[in-house]
Ligand binder design. Structure first.
Ligand SMILES: [Mg+2]
Length: 188
């Protein structure tokens, strides 16, 4: 029987098209490394709702950029693991405008990762309710469930979390899909 794996999408499999859309709307040139927090509300200020109205008219994944080797690694891992993409679609501060994001993510996933079973996709902001063998996410608050191997994917907003803190929570930081494969395929 295959093992089960929960894999986050944004900033784990790809950088989504979010920041390019922010830059288009605000006429800025932000890059991920300009931020230390996941939520970048400061940029939106009073224009937050105007921005979200604009955002949901765009394809949130048109300018998504895959992490190196992510697609190929997922395809190899899918031979040994049932892969559940586990991704949040409800936007903080724009909960009632989030429906389009579900569609954008779903279309992106079935187009770009055709080897995955669409029925295994999970869209939720409540990622800690699942049991799994492995979970990969870039947000530590999402790695609190009943999971044996918890991997934090290195990202702009999680670099201040110390190794000690991660160790206390039973989480290991990974910086690439090569590293993930080395860990997960080691005993296969
Ligand atoms: Mg993420």
């Amino acid at each position: 029987m295959k093992k089960t794996m929960l894999v986050d999408l944004d900033y784990v499999i790809c950088s989504p098209g979010f920041l390019p859309i922010v830059n288009g709307f605000f006429d800025t040139n932000y890059e991920e490394d300009d931020f230390e927090e996941y939520i970048i509300d400061d940029v939106f200020g009073e224009k937050a709702q105007d921005f979200y109205d604009y955002y949901v008219q765009q394809d949130g994944y048109k300018d998504a950029v895959f992490k190196e080797g992510a697609k190929e690694s997922l395809e190899r891992l899918s031979k040994y693991y049932t892969i559940h993409i586990c991704s949040a679609c409800v936007m903080f501060g724009a909960e009632r405008k989030s429906a389009k994001l579900f569609a954008d993510k779903y279309n992106f996933l079935i187009r770009e990762l055709p080897f995955l079973n669409p029925e295994d996709i999970i869209f939720t902001n409540s990622k800690n309710i699942f049991k799994a063998d492995v979970q990969i996410d870039d947000r530590l608050p999402n790695l609190q469930g009943e999971v044996k191997t918890k991997l934090l994917f290195d990202a702009y907003h999680n670099r201040t979390i110390t190794d000690e803190e991660l160790q206390n929570q039973g989480v290991k930081r990974v910086k690439s899909w090569k590293e993930i494969e080395d860990i997960l395929l080691d005993n296969m």
